[in-house]
Design a binder for this molecule. Structure first.
Ligand code: ZN
Length: 222
């Protein structure tokens, strides 16, 4: 990290300097409008050790340290499932009561997990999206999977929907909330009052589900 290149945001209402470290490890400095850049950079330089530590923490939170060993836990639709390393199997990785990974394929475990999670996500969404679309009386475009880390879903101007495959690790009610959220965007292309009213009609406790993503979203990683 280079202190000199940290983005600086000035605001007339600010009285003090604040250094923020985002979930993606990105650092932003917020400062009062009138403070000189030299003074701000000097302040930030003094906090460098703290900032470095915080960035490291955030990045660590972002991705669990995986070794793909026997007994390691993985998420699928909110459930914690144990990984079992097996000598042989019909497929390199099977997601079942336990997740079974063939020992000789351990070196490409992350890639295999991603592939299986994508299959599971596609299958789950192909059932749930039409169900909610029918209930909500919404006509959407094609549904695709994305690889996004923090954008759980999106609705394009032409009403094509996309959902990150990582969502399949979240509990069903959280996945449903994202589905309802994106379907509501087919009707309301903003986050206005009427948009949230539509979400609330089909997902009354959406605030709780949204909060889950805020707090636990970083767990949706392999
Ligand atoms: Zn939205």
């Amino acid at each position: 990290m280079n202190i000199e290149t940290i983005p600086l945001i000035r605001s007339p209402r600010r009285k003090t300097i604040a250094i923020q470290v985002g979930r993606d490890g990105r650092v932003t400095v917020r400062a009062p409008e009138r403070m000189s850049e030299t003074a701000i950079r000097a302040f930030v330089a003094k906090q460098e050790a703290w900032v470095q530590k915080r960035v490291k923490e955030m990045l660590k939170r972002r991705r669990p340290n995986r070794t793909f060993c026997d007994g390691e836990c993985f998420l699928l639709r909110g459930a914690e499932v144990k990984l079992e390393i097996v000598e042989r199997g019909a497929r390199s990785l099977v997601l079942g009561e336990t997740f079974q990974l063939v020992a000789r394929d351990r070196f490409r475990a992350r890639e295999l997990f991603e592939r299986r999670y994508k299959e599971a996500a596609r299958e789950h969404l192909s059932l749930r999206v039409p169900q909610y679309a029918r209930r909500m009386g919404v006509k959407h475009g094609a549904v695709r999977l994305s690889n996004a880390r923090h954008t759980w879903g999106s609705c394009a101007p032409d009403n094509r929907l996309s959902f990150t495959w990582r969502l399949i690790m979240a509990p069903d009610e959280v996945i449903d909330y994202i589905i309802v959220h994106e379907l509501a965007h087919v009707v309301h292309k903003n986050h206005g009052k009427r948009f949230w009213a539509k979400v609330a009609r089909f997902c009354p406790d959406y605030k709780k589900r949204r909060a889950w993503l805020g707090v636990q979203g970083h767990l949706l990683e392999i």
